[in-house]
Design a binder for this molecule. Structure first.
Ligand code: NAP
Length: 279
C-alpha cells in the first residue's frame, strides 16, 4: 500500500513510455515487501529533474537515453567504473548525496558469461554510443580484444582510442571474422524489425552473437544467428542483470531475477502481439 512512508524511485529518459524498468523494479520491491514505488519520468529538462530528485528526496534513479552522459555534471560523486565509462545509468541518493554508477557493464558481462567466454577472445562491437562504451570497458576489464565498427567512423575512433582497441569502417563488417559480435546499435528494434546490421552470409564469421536490442526479444540478427547454430545472447538478459544490480545498490537486497525475466518477457510478448494487431 502506498502511504506517507513510501519511498520513490524511478527512471528518467526521453522517451521512457516503452521502458520495462518500472515493471521489473516494482516486482522486486513487492517481492521483498519494501514500501517503495518505481515510476517512469519522461525528462527533457535534466537540470530541473535533478533539482526535483534532490528536493523531493527520490531515493534512486535509473538513467536511460539520452541522459546517461549528460547527467554526470549534476551528480556529487561517481563510482570508479562510471567515471571510466563516462556514463551513468544508476543514481543512488545517499542522504542527499547523489552518486552515479554504471550497471550496464556488469549486466552485459553477466549475460554474456552465461553462454560465452570473454578473456582473450576477440570481439567486434557494432556502435560507439552509450551501450558500446559500457560493454567496451567491461570487455576490456575482462581481458577481451576489441574492434569497434561504427557508422560514424570518427566517433568509433574516439571510443577505440579510449579502449586501446582497433577501429574499422562500417563497410568492413563483412570482412571481419572473430569469436564474438555484439550489436549495440538500435538496428532491428521495433518497429523496424526486418532490419539487421549484418547479412546472414557474413554471420558465419562469428561464434557468439549478442544483441543489446530487446524489443523484439529475438531480433532478426539473433534469429539468423540461431539458424546458423551460433551461440546467441539477447538484450533482455542484459537488461535484467543491470536491473538486478541497480536494485542491490538501492536496497542491498538480491532481486528475484527469474521472476523479473519472466514478467519482462511476458510483457514484451504481449506488447509485440498488440503492436502486430495494430499494423
Ligand atoms: P546511443 O548512445 O544513441 O548510440 C547509438 C549507436 O548506434 C551509435 O553508435 C550510432 O552510430 C549507432 N546507430 C544508430 N542508428 C544506426 C543505424 N541506422 N545504422 C548504423 N548505426 C546506427 O544509444 P545507446 O545508449 O548506445 O543505445 C543503443 C541501443 O542499445 C538502444 O537500442 C538501447 O535501447 C539499447 N540498450 C539496451 C540495454 C540493455 O540492457 N539491453 C542497455 C542499454 C542500451 P553513430 O555514431 O553513427 O550515430
Amino acid at each position: 500500500m502506498i502511504d506517507a512512508k513510501t519511498w520513490v524511485y524511478g527512471i528518467i529518459g526521453h522517451p521512457v513510455s516503452h521502458s520495462l524498468s518500472p515493471i521489473i523494479q516494482n516486482l522486486a520491491f513487492c517481492y521483498h515487501k519494501i514500501n517503495a514505488v518505481y515510476l517512469a519520468f519522461d525528462v527533457t529538462d535534466l537540470a530541473s529533474a535533478l533539482a526535483g530528485i534532490r528536493g523531493l528526496g527520490i531515493k534512486g534513479i535509473s538513467v536511460t537515453i539520452p541522459h546517461k552522459m549528460a547527467i554526470i555534471p549534476f551528480l556529487d560523486k561517481l563510482d570508479e567504473l562510471a567515471e571510466n565509462v563516462s556514463a551513468v545509468n544508476t543514481v543512488v541518493n545517499k542522504d542527499g548525496l547523489l552518486i552515479g554508477y554504471n550497471t550496464d557493464c556488469l549486466g552485459a558481462m553477466l549475460a554474456l558469461k552465461e553462454k560465452a567466454d570473454i578473456s582473450r577472445k576477440d570481439y567486434v562491437i557494432l556502435g560507439a554510443g552509450g551501450a558500446a562504451r559500457a560493454i567496451g570497458f567491461a570487455l576490456k576489464k575482462e581481458g577481451a580484444n576489441i574492434t569497434i565498427i561504427n557508422r560514424t567512423y570518427e566517433k568509433g575512433e574516439v571510443l577505440a582510442n579510449a579502449l586501446g582497441a582497433k577501429c574499422l569502417h562500417w563497410n568492413k563488417i563483412k570482412e571481419v571474422a572473430t569469436y564474438g559480435l555484439i550489436n549495440t546499435t538500435p538496428i532491428g528494434m521495433w518497429p523496424k524489425v526486418e532490419e539487421t546490421p549484418i547479412s546472414k552470409q557474413y554471420l558465419r564469421n562469428f561464434k557468439v552473437v549478442m544483441d543489446v536490442v530487446y524489443h523484439p526479444l529475438e531480433t532478426r540478427l539473433l534469429h539468423e544467428a540461431e539458424e546458423l547454430g551460433l551461440i546467441t545472447v539477447d538484450g533482455l538478459s542484459m537488461l535484467i542483470y543491470q536491473g538486478v544490480a541497480q536494485f542491490k545498490l538501492w536496497t542491498g537486497k538480491d532481486a528475484p531475477k527469474e521472476e523479473m525475466f519472466r514478467l519482462a518477457k511476458q510483457t514484451l510478448e504481449s506488447t509485440l502481439n498488440r503492436n502486430k494487431t495494430l499494423i
